[in-house]
Design a protein around this ligand. Structure first.
Ligand SMILES: [Mg+2]
Length: 434
């Protein structure tokens, strides 16, 4: 199956009007997708995208277009080679390497190739991956720069060890789904009444973990956390997310001040590039929680690539690995990150929300459970209930769990009418803005 043509789209949703998605660093996002369709001249198409929050989405689209000469005429039968061809190209590599806009663009294309390959195989991506042999999975990964932490031989052994339980775990997934937590109550732009109502709804919907945005104003955080804790009760995990707002010392002070509300983790306390800063924060918060327990550290949605994740793990800087389906180089690099997390024994709790991130990332966590870590302990996928109506095969949440997708592909396809209406700037949704 060869790729004949590549179509790109700049799709934006005016979410800033409702303050959905608002946090301490991103007060008014317009959730957007630089969207790509790989055409094959057959009935099969590959759909993929990368996520941005508005301005600059056109730059991602241009970067995808800059990579299309590497894609046209390529076969998708070897997805390891396909991904490396895109991320190793000597000229476009100068723009990264493997970070920033060019890597977001690589993610969109590589994810679209996975969508296409899984459709041709007639399986959802999680199952397509989970049915691969340990050898084939090892071959998906670009091992350059990570063998000091994990070798292909070690990864092969880990994957081999997980083979006997694959069927049983697949059945478990099909019956019970994959645990989710919700960020919907916690956006910084919501007033106290909306926060209280949404926390109550989340608990009654069966969620055992929710997340609050913090970091703009400490007095506000005290009030909001106290409200959320009072409504949720002591048994619900409440994570906090600062979206990179703080320097190291400030992160420690701020979270120590909020410790009385028993935060489950602090997410993105500081710059995603600051490996040693995360290690210091984690160390300082080891006994900061109620009763001398830890406030855990999580990051990943802005971590550029597998090398940075490797260092965060090597430096004991994180308790939870929050990979993102579109930030790093697509499925292939996320397979590397799942393997690294399993080697270091850290649970992966992916970043989702945005537009379409829930749709994609569920496949990666389900593959992790079936074929890599084999474990659900402390693992949960972020869920946000926005914009799913624009997808042909949207996520289904059932009793606070992601139901396992059954439709072939990566659940990435947006409805044709949404691609028209939300095209920026010419779509009707934008023409109607004041
Ligand atoms: Mg976050």
């Amino acid at each position: 199956m060869k790729i004949h043509a590549v179509d790109t789209y700049d799709i934006r949703f005016p979410t800033s009007l409702s303050l959905d998605g608002s946090d301490a660093m991103n007060p008014d996002p317009d959730y957007s997708a630089a969207y790509v369709v790989l055409r094959t001249g057959t009935e099969h198409e590959g759909h993929g995208f990368t996520f941005t929050i508005g301005r600059g989405n056109e730059v991602c689209r241009s970067a995808i277009e800059a990579l299309t000469p590497l894609v046209i005429g390529q076969d998708i039968s070897n997805l390891g080679a396909f991904a490396k061809r895109i991320t190793h190209d000597s000229q476009t590599r100068w723009l990264g390497p493997e970070k920033g806009v060019i890597h977001l663009a690589a993610a969109a294309i590589i994810n679209a190739a996975w969508d296409l390959a899984a459709k041709v195989a007639g399986k959802p991506v999680w199952q397509f991956l989970s049915d691969m042999s340990p050898d084939a999975i090892v071959d998906l990964v670009d091992w350059r720069y990570i063998t000091d932490a994990l070798t292909p031989a070690e990864a092969y052994e880990m994957l081999l060890e997980a083979v006997p339980g694959r069927d049983e775990r697949t059945q478990h997934l099909l019956r019970h789904g994959y645990p989710a937590y919700t960020t919907s109550p916690g956006w910084l732009g919501y007033d106290d009444a909306k926060l209280t109502r949404l926390v109550r709804e989340a608990v009654s919907d069966g969620y055992t973990q929710i997340k609050l945005k913090v970091g703009a104003d400490l007095a506000d955080d005290h009030r909001r956390f106290a409200l959320a804790r009072a409504v949720a009760g002591p048994g619900i995990r409440i994570a906090a997310d600062a979206n990179q707002r703080w320097d190291t010392a400030e992160a420690v002070e701020w979270m120590t001040a909020l410790a009385t509300y028993d935060p489950w983790w602090i997410e993105e306390p500081t710059s995603p590039d600051d490996v040693l800063g995360h290690a210091d924060i984690r160390q300082a918060l080891t006994t900061a929680g109620p009763g001398g327990g830890p406030i855990r550290v999580a990051t990943g949605e802005h971590v550029a690539n597998r090398v940075m994740f490797k260092q965060l793990l090597q430096a004991n800087a994180v308790d939870f690995v929050q990979l993102d389906a579109c930030r790093v180089g697509g499925v292939n690099e996320n397979v590397a990150i799942l393997l690294l997390a399993a080697k270091f024994g850290r649970p992966v709790c992916p970043h989702a929300g945005g537009v379409g991130l829930c749709e994609l990332v569920q496949h990666l966590s389900m593959f992790d459970y079936v074929a890599v870590s084999g474990d659900l302990t402390d693992r949960t996928i972020e869920y946000v209930d926005h914009l799913h109506e624009h997808f042909v095969d949207p996520v289904i949440i059932d009793r606070a769990a992601y139901r396992a997708p059954r439709v072939p592909g990566f659940s990435a396809r947006m409805k044709p009418e949404s691609l028209v209406r939300y095209a920026f700037p010419e779509g009707e949704a934008w023409q109607q803005q004041p």
